[in-house]
Design a binder for this molecule. Sequence first.
Ligand code: NAD
Length: 501
Amino acid sequence: MHMPATDSSATITLSSSTQTGICVAMGDGIGPEIMSSVLRILTESGAQLDPTTIRLGKSVYDEGVLSGVEPGAWDAIREQGIILKAPITTPQGGGVKSLNVTLRKTLGLYANVRPCRSYDPFVPTHFPNLDLLIVRENEEDTYAGIEHRQTEEVTQCLKLITRPGCERIVRHAFETTRQQGRSRITCMTKDNIMKVTDGLFHSVFDEIAGEYPDIEIEHMIIDIGAAKLANDPERFDVILAPNLYGDILSDIAAEVAGSVGLAGSANLGRHASMFEAIHGSAPDIAGQDLANPSALLRAAVQMLVHIGQGEVASRIENAWLKTLEDGVHTADIASEQTRQRVGTQAFTQAVIDRLGQTPDHFPAVAYDNQPATVMEKEDTPAYSVLPTRKELAGIDIFLDWVGHGRTPDMLGPALQDACPLPLKLKMITNRGVKVFPDGQPETFCTDHWRCRFVPAPEQSLEPRDLVLLQHSLLTRGFDIIKTENLYWFDGEIGYSLGQGE
Ligand code: NAD
């Protein structure tokens, strides 16, 4: 492999059929330092790579490109399908989109896989036997980034959980668990509260688990699961979670393992994959030869295993483990075990010097040269399409209505008066709590009212009735800010009940 120049416009192409084309993004802050270090190690280890440098991050944002991705980079990414990415700096505000979220969603990188293990006693941790894998859904949930300010007082973020999204990530978790010789998956959700969205994730997990009788399963509510992960992480093998919980859990796991500076992550999809450190661009230590390149190096090892260069990956990981054992440490992991406290460059050289050696304390790794197949398996369905019978059951109409001095007991009768048959007002909630009929005086109310209308007794409902209701409310001066139709699917309720409904 030739190292790409740090000039981000440079493209290096070598013509060897055994080489795998990859895109390399040098990143911001400590990014260029740790990427140069990793590329040196890859070169010295004999990795068969054909890198093309692409420009992502701060310099691109500074040119006014709000996605942070240099427009020409998409062709290279599409062509190579593999990205090794150093951390970038995300500018605050100004309509700027998170580059990571853009890359993950645009490229369909639906699985985020983060191995976390401890390197005790060389990196101090309370949990010497920690060795777990976090599989995080990477595209959906609140990270769909659909947010609105709806009234003077109220904002909302849509949490989208889809059946295809759940099926893909759950299947990926089971396949990866099998491939890695692991035996147990713990799925974490909050489906005691979010029965529809998290409930779907949990039920797809239970459903697909039936196809993998060799793998033990359990489910935990996310709050107790996170507490157990912080206090007793050695009990876990594989953790599977929707996007937001997975994001938080993976940082907890990396931290309790010893350092977020040691964890790499793979973002995998059917058409592309991206490998990166989990930490950020650390502008506070940039340019000082202080950064630990280990997390990015471990991401590069994941990449090599993924593309079928397991032997080289093993050489690098074993040399890296030996370096840790020999007490050659960067400042962030320095402890009593440190014999030589070094900077980025000296650490890099120490790993290169140990290529070909194996660790004494840790078991040596030996990855095979089989490319990862989880994504490509012919028999892995994209997702199953389930035909359902959908019945209209009513409508939630959200109103902006200034409540101060005006009570739900004023709003309720006014809406009842305005509601034409076949509908009737069933209830009004404020922030999800029923306030009409029979609300409690202590309930705090904002200016955002969810008004649920359902068919009156003996009445059947047509879609046009929902429009007539809205027309009636508008003519009486109500400020409708949003509506949600209510449905039953195959006889099962497709919406949550209000608290107290
Ligand atoms: P950070 O991870 O960059 O830094 C947190 C702390 O850890 C700092 O004290 C830093 O010096 C230290 N640190 C991080 N990596 C280190 C390493 N390899 N070696 C030694 N010490 C290390 O988090 P932050 O300060 O919250 O974020 C800085 C920037 O990075 C922000 O712009 C943020 O948006 C961005 N960020 C990018 C990514 C990514 O590109 N994947 C991820 C997280 C944050």
